[in-house]
Ligand binder design. Structure first.
Ligand code: PLP
Length: 459
């Protein structure tokens, strides 16, 4: 063991604590330029080693300037989420333990924690208790893994073993997606040989919800293997596809129903919002993130599948040296990776530290903050482009140029951070509230900064 392990870790603890203490006061964007960071961190490949304590000080000081306060309370860009204290602490233990979460015999602890956590999440999300699950790196890989299961399932029904025989000569698989499907659905389809563009795109309504009559009509024309991809939580508007109606259409035509619920799935824990997910229990596969709205550190997503044998067939990697461990669960059988991090542990910590009630509070609080943003900006005369059903708000500050200039001024100001987007052809600023630590005062302070910028650039 490193002779000064304990002083090394104490030093890290101090650096991390100082960094956390700065989060609330510092401007949200990074203060260092890329060149500044290269100067501090780069140079020629070191010939001699650096003492770990000195190294940690270099990283700690670069981290003060080069990081974005995206885990802080006033970051509303993209859809990111923060770091619950219990999850961060658990993540430190995960690094210390350095367990290989692939198979039970390599870490009984992690295998059992994953089994418990997956079951808890299934229940929280209102999924069927028989669904199998796997912990992957994020929403993208959760979609990929689920769609690999879907590909296996629909082709098996057509008498074809895609894992053994590949796609050459296989019955064609039709994939139907909403016009507003997240782009990681397209990249996943690409990886799976199903083609990003070989899909039928269903038009969506002004909120981004798939048109069910169009879907029904398209499905009536499809006879062979078919996968339908629906969405719970649009990344711009937060809107939900009508899952129960879509599930009825998919079942009637024998199609596989996949639901991308990267952040929206967690609306299920809120009694006020759970109705948005009506029908989710009918999905054949579901993808979600833990590192967004569940507020655990990167990287963590979860994939669920209604049929465990299909899920295993699509993912498992038989190898002669992997001995069967009786009834114990080998986590690698449900994910693309073999050796991997114990990423279920911070999720276990999130669920255990907050409980169902605390998670519901987290979700409801974020939704309330989003409503407040919409009311304040709408009240000041700016157009809110979406129905604020969840944690996402789209606001226009006038013309595309006025909106872009206002966003740039808000980013420059540094009190909070939001990015631009284009929604149905309109340039907008997107506000995503998904951090556990965002308080009412943060929202008010951010609204002031937004209105200050808008008063200069939007009129
Ligand atoms: C973020 C997101 C993804 C991708 O998730 P990653 O964790 O970034 O890989 C997929 N779908 C939706 C709806 C998302 O919001």
């Amino acid at each position: 063991m490193h002779e000064n392990m304990s002083s090394l870790l104490a030093g890290v603890q101090e650096l991390a604590s100082n960094w956390f203490a700065s989060l609330d006061k510092r401007p949200v964007p990074a203060s260092a330029s890329a060149d500044g960071l290269r100067q501090v961190l780069g140079g020629p490949l070191p010939r001699e080693g650096t003492d770990p304590e000195a190294l940690v000080r270099i990283l700690g000081s670069a981290g003060m300037k080069g990081t974005v306060a995206s885990t802080g309370p006033r970051y509303f860009g993209f859809v990111v989420g923060g770091n619950l204290p219990a999850s961060l602490a658990a993540d430190w233990l995960v690094s210390a333990w350095d367990q290989n979460a692939g198979i039970y015999i390599l870490s009984p602890l992690v295998s059992v924690i994953e089994e418990i956590t997956g079951a808890w999440l299934r229940e929280l999300a209102g999924l069927r208790p028989t669904m199998s699950f796997g912990f992957v790196t994020g929403g993208h890989m959760a979609n990929f893994t689920a769609l690999a299961s879907a590909r296996h399932g629909v082709l098996r029904n057509a008498g074809w073993d895609v894992e053994a025989d590949g796609l050459y000569g296989a019955p064609p698989v039709e994939v139907v997606v909403g016009e507003e499907a997240h782009y990681t659905i397209s990249t996943s389809l690409r990886f799976l040989g199903l083609g990003a563009n070989r899909v039928r795109r269903i038009p969506t309504d002004p909120q981004g919800r798939m048109s069910v009559p169009h879907l029904a009509e398209v499905l009536r024309g499809i006879k062979g293997p078919c996968i339908v991809c629906a969405q719970a939580g649009n990344v711009n508007t937060g809107a939900f596809d009508s899952l129960s109606e879509i599930a009825d259409c998919a079942k009637a035509s024998g199609a596989w129903l996949h639901v991308d619920g990267a952040f929206g799935l967690w609306a299920a824990v809120s009694p006020e919002r759970a109705a948005l997910l009506r029908g989710i229990e009918l999905a054949d596969s579901v993808a979600t993130d833990a590192h967004k709205w569940l507020n655990v550190p990167y990287d963590c997503g979860i994939t669920f599948c209604a049929d465990e044998s299909i899920h295993r067939s699509a993912m498992s990697l038989p190898a002669p040296y992997i001995v069967a461990t009786g009834n114990q669960r080998d986590p690698h059988e449900f994910v693309p990776e073999e050796s991997r991090r114990a990423r279920s542990v911070p999720v276990y910590a999130a669920v255990r530290s907050l409980g169902r009630k605390g998670l519901a509070d987290l979700v409801e609080r974020c939704c309330r903050h989003a409503r407040r943003f919409a009311e304040a900006l709408g009240g000041a005369g700016f157009e809110v482009l979406n129905e604020v059903v969840l944690n996402q708000v789209l606001v226009s500050f006038g013309t595309a140029e006025q909106t872009q200039r206002t966003i740039a001024a808000i980013q420059e100001d540094g009190t909070c951070w939001c990015a631009g987007t284009v929604w149905k052809g309109r340039t907008a600023m997107r506000i995503s509230v998904c951090n556990w630590s965002t308080a009412e005062a943060d929202v008010e302070q951010s609204i002031e900064a937004m209105l200050r910028a808008a008063s200069k650039h939007a009129r």
